[in-house]
Design a protein around this ligand. Structure first.
Ligand code: CTP
Length: 213
């Protein structure tokens, strides 16, 4: 399980970040533990400490840190649920010291980050299952999520409306690589904990099929 934003450094004191709270990812990890899965939570820079039960909770700051953690953790797991809001861009160069105002206009050149989800999917074995997230405006949520699912070569994708990004509720659904769509039993916005438990219940039989070939 991965959760939270990334911080991509600009200089010694500043970074590029996003509004991800990590709450949905943590809730899914909780639900996985509750359903008996041995779970590792890779957690980004959020302003609160993870619950003490998270003995296996390596932390990351940058996309590159998460990439390294995935390189060591992913081969030892059967399922990756990639809820982390990994930055799509990072500063091409990190300024030494503090970028000074100097009365002028500053510009920061950005470069794309590697797509960790697509990388992890292409490195997976026949037994491993990969779930991604698509954070998109509600009006084109399903279409964009379907495109992302096939472009990244993953097994399933949680479609998550942009509007619920740092909220305690979500109005999302799950799309599977074979085209099926699964919705939570209750429509409309539901608590992220309830959504997380439904998601893990929905994924469990799929993971069992994958694990037994
Ligand atoms: N993701 C990733 N590595 C990145 C960016 C995103 O692994 N460098 C993962 C996220 O964890 C999420 C999924 O990709 O599970 C979708 O992220 P999103 O930002 O919505 O999609 P993008 O890949 O950035 O595609 P687009 O630029 O079309 O929005």
């Amino acid at each position: 399980m991965t959760a939270g934003p990334t911080h991509e450094p600009i200089d010694a004191v500043r970074y590029l970040a996003n509004r991800s709270s990590g709450r949905l990812g943590e809730a899914i990890a909780e639900a996985a533990v509750g359903q008996g899965f041995e779970t590792t939570l890779l957690l980004g820079p959020i302003p609160r400490e993870p619950a003490p039960r998270w003995r296996r909770c390596p932390r990351f700051e940058r996309c590159e840190d998460l990439r390294r953690l995935l390189a060591s953790e992913w081969p030892r797991h059967d399922c990756l649920i990639m809820a982390a809001a990994v930055a799509d861009f990072r500063p091409r160069q990190v300024q030494a010291g503090k970028l000074r105002r100097d009365g002028g206009v500053a510009s920061i050149e950005l470069e794309s980050t590697p797509d960790l989800l697509a990388e992890s999917a292409s490195a997976r074995t026949a037994r491993q299952f990969v779930v991604g997230f698509a954070l998109e405006p509600r009006e084109r949520l399903e279409a964009s999520a379907r495109t992302k699912l096939s472009r990244k070569g993953i097994d399933a994708i949680v479609a998550n409306p942009l509007e619920t990004m740092d909220s305690t509720c979500i109005d999302g659904f799950l799309l599977l690589a074979d085209g099926r769509r699964r919705d939570p039993p209750r429509s409309g916005e539901i608590d992220k904990g309830e959504f997380a438990r439904w998601l893990m219940e929905t994924l469990t039989p799929l993971l069992e099929v994958r694990a037994t070939g």
